[in-house]
Design a protein around this ligand. Sequence first.
Ligand code: CP
Length: 304
Amino acid sequence: TRHLLGIKDLTREDIELILSTAQQFKEVLQRPVKKVPSLRDVTVVNLFFENSTRTRMSFELAEKRLSADTLNFSASASSVKKGETLLDTVNNILSMKVDMVVMRHSASGAPHFLARHINAAVINAGDGINEHPTQALLDAYSMMEKFGSLQGLKVAILGDIMHSRVALSNIYLLTKMGAEVTIAGPPTLIPKYIEEALNVRVEYHIKKALQWCDVANVLRIQLERQNQPLFSSLREYNLVYGISRSVLDSLGKEIVIMHPGPINRGVELDSDVADGPYSIILNQVENGVAVRMACLYLLSGKND
Ligand code: CP
């Protein structure tokens, strides 16, 4: 069985295949009838052990557009609350003849564990601080739509890198595809090993990173993953590291603004930037459906 657990495991050719398949599904999604019969006899469960708006809606819609049957599972409303294990939960669901599992979990490695123990394709919809592969794929798709290619593109990833699965998946993908990556943010939120380990540059001055880049992917400060605050206050974070219209205006050039959502408005990103002319944030969300259709289709075995 094939799985999508992380970008780390993919080759450049795998990524190109997913993105070109997504392009075909994006064309389908522009038609009056947006549905195709590709996964008519496939059943998918969306297992969410952690909150989500975009990823969960996007997978469910992608499955429906592909004519798959879908089941939605929220840990908070399930027998997990009575102490049932992850593996018991999934095996019970699979016994109802379910073919594929999409899973988000707060534990890094949870989908890898599942993939070793069950006989169904697993798609990682975000595991702890490890990876969020479909987010990186939809980010890449959105950058290619804007710039034509990732080769040589200068991408700055800004903010809370330490707790970000989006950052890690983006770094793996962008470096495999020939883009240049600079990580920028407060020293307390950037892991020390990252420069040597992952072939990226580190910049602690946000404005210098913005002056260098073509695209800024601004990340959310993930307060829920910090046991104690790693900077003095959100107000201060906004003053030093937040992206405001005045900072962008002072660059003397245009850069594209991305954010995976949900946005902490007025913290990492001001509203006039998030909603401004250089933002492609809602294009990212739109492209997520086509990208997830591609992942589901390619892993279903229906294209073999
Ligand atoms: N980008 C993202 O993963 O958003 P959700 O947490 O709402 O799914």
